[in-house]
Every structure is written in C-alpha cells, then in structure tokens.
Design a protein around this ligand. Structure first.
Ligand code: AHG
Ligand code: MN
Ligand code: MN
Length: 338
C-alpha cells in the first residue's frame, strides 16, 4: 500500500489502482468500470455547467448554433453514460431511470460479468433553478452463467450484491463519491486539469446528526407513526433537540450534505405514493451502500434496505437514510406502522 499524507495529490485513477492492488484476485474489470464512470461524470459535469446557456444556444425543440438538436439534460446524461460504458467489455447489461427495459450491449461489443444501474441525472427539475443535481450508480456481478447479454435476473438482486456504488454531485464543485465495500471515498474535480483528486478519503458520517431532509408538504398523506417520527426529529415531543430542516429536492445533494454533516434523509410512503417515490435499485441502494460504508444506516422503515429482494427494475421504496442513531429512531417508531 502506498502511503498518502493529507496533502498528497492523488488522482481517482491512481486511487482505484492502489485499491485494486490490495486484492490479488482482482482482474481490473471493476476498476475499468469506475474509470469509465469518472470520464462520463466529467462529460456530464461540463454539460451541467453550461445548463443556463441552453436558451441562448437554442432551447428544446430547436437547433443551437452548431445545428445540434437540443435535448433535455437527463436524456443527454443518459446517452453519455450509455456510450461511455457499452463497449468496455465489462458489462453485460445496463438499466437507467430514463429507459423502461434493460439496455443491451450492442454488438459487436463483448459482454462482461457486471451490470450497471443508474439514475443519470437526479434532481433534474432543479437544473432550471441552478440547484445541485447528481448521478447515482450501482454495479453488481451477473448471476446468470455465460458471456451473453445480461437478463432481468442479473438486475433484480438485493443491494447487498452491489460490488461498487456511488454518486456524482454537480454542486459548487463536482464531486464523485464511491465505494467498493472498503470505505466510502470522495474526489473533487479540478476543472482546470480535468482530474478528480482525492479530497475526502474514508468518509465517516456522524452517529447522530443535525440535518433532517424531508418534504413535509406530504404530511397530510403520511401515516400517524410517520407524523410522530417527524415530530420527534423536530424536537416537538421533547425527546430530543430539534434537527435543522434542509431539503433542496435533489436526493444526491440532500444526501451528500447529510453524509458529511450528519442527519437523516426521509422519503416515507404516503397515501398517494404507497411505496414512496424513490427507486430502490438505482437511487436507494447505491446510497445505502455508501452510507453503511461511512458508518450510517438505511432502512425502508421495516427492513434494512440492502436486504430487500427486488421484483421490478423501477420499483420504488420508502427511504430513511443517514446517521445510524437517527435511522434507529425511525425503525423503532415505525414499528406500529407495520
Ligand atoms: P429525478 O430527478 O431523478 O426524477 O429524482 C427526483 C427525486 C429526488 O432527487 C428528490 O429527492 C425527490 O425526487 C424529490 O421529490 P419531491 O418533489 O416529491 O419532494
Ligand atoms: Mn433521481
Ligand atoms: Mn433522474
């Protein structure tokens, strides 16, 4: 293992290689997936940075000065990831929030032993108002034998089957945070050199935190135990100090702040969305893997999130994600909801 100090300059590529070297059995394929994702992230970042210029350069449905048809950024991000990842020979299938079915590996590209699931642009409605957005990804090993296209069976695995997961936040700076099950590590993009540099090694989230992120406009649609839980977090039942409410409506941005500062992100089921809103496979599970690696926890209210066996590619799940003690309060208080 190569030693770094707090001031060592370490690129994401070098960090991935050093991590891989700890595992003599590693073939380098997973590392290749992470490199390619970092490249896609830089490309999406550069598009997001120019987002406010889309009206000047040509709005949706029109052509810009280069004669290119303008597309919504989530469609562009989806295409960037697909094109960055489909030909490496490491994946046998992909799935995206933007596509109904499995994304096959187009011939003549070789199929590999992993599947990739992703939300190409999370919080995309926030683009118009210059609030941070993100990308979320999850990588699992295929379970079907052979070297052909991956199938739904390869996709519908519980979060515990993830071999890598992470997110990119396009915020005041662009950051990529990932885990391969050996800690959660964060890299900040230096746009002047186009490199992600290690800025947050081995992230640890506080055991109890100050931030509560929830959209409480749904309060009237929540169950009574969920309402009681929110009163607890707000300190209204005199059991604890009130948490600070912070909610921008981009899961990645709300999660990232809480990961570093401590607290909980909550998106409960409600009578209008009986299974919540957020998608289990490419929103909830990757962030659950990250938060657990950082010492936190994630539940759907009754089960550890990463143990849930999915039945549908785009299935939704209630989500309670963050500092371990704050999540434990949810588990305890939602018992009556079962
Ligand atoms: P996406 O843009 O990928 O569809 O995700 C939006 C999600 C998530 O980012 C955010 O936490 C949540 O929607 C906000 O939902 P509400 O507006 O219902 O609070
Ligand atoms: Mn999303
Ligand atoms: Mn999205």
């Amino acid at each position: 293992m190569i030693f770094h100090s707090d001031t060592s300059i370490v690129t994401i590529d070098r960090f991935i290689i050093e991590q891989e070297a700890k595992f003599p059995e590693a073939t380098g394929e997973l590392s290749g997936i992470l490199y390619d994702l970092a490249v896609a992230a830089k490309m999406i970042s550069s598009k997001v940075r120019r987002a406010g210029l889309i009206d000047i350069l040509g709005g949706a449905g029109s052509e810009n000065v280069q004669g290119e048809h303008q597309q919504k950024l989530d469609v562009i991000a989806n295409a960037i990831i697909t094109k960055a990842m489909d030909h490496g020979g490491r994946l046998c299938a992909m799935a995206s929030e933007e596509e109904t079915g499995i994304i096959e590996i187009p011939p003549p590209f070789k199929c590999g032993k992993y599947v990739l699931l992703f939300d190409p642009l999370d919080g995309s409605s926030n683009i118009d108002v210059n609030v941070p957005v993100g990308t979320i990804f999850s990588v699992m090993r295929r379970v079907t034998p052979g070297t052909g296209q991956g199938t739904m069976e390869d996709m519908l695995q519980p979060g515990l089957a993830q071999v890598a997961a992470g997110y990119i936040i396009y915020g005041s700076s662009t950051m990529m945070v990932y885990t391969t099950g050996h800690g959660a590590h964060g890299f900040t993009l230096d746009p002047s050199i186009g490199e992600f540099l290690l800025s947050h090694p081995d992230i640890r989230t506080p055991a109890s935190g100050k931030y509560l992120s929830v959209n409480d406009s749904y309060e009237r649609h929540w169950s009574e135990p969920v309402r009681a839980l929110m009163r607890r977090y707000r300190g209204l039942d005199n059991h604890r100090e009130a948490m600070n409410v912070r909610y921008v409506g981009s899961l990645v941005a709300d999660f990232h702040r809480n990961l570093l500062g401590g607290g909980i992100f909550v998106y409960p089921a409600n009578t209008q969305s009986p299974t919540g809103k957020l998608r289990l496979l490419y929103e909830c599970n990757p962030l659950a893997f990250i938060v657990e690696q950082a010492g936190g926890a994630a539940t759907n209210g009754s089960h550890r999130l990463m143990e849930v066996v999915p039945t549908d590619l785009h299935q939704r799940s209630p989500l309670y994600l963050g500092s371990s003690r704050d999540v434990a309060i949810a588990v305890q208080m939602l018992e009556d909801d079962r």
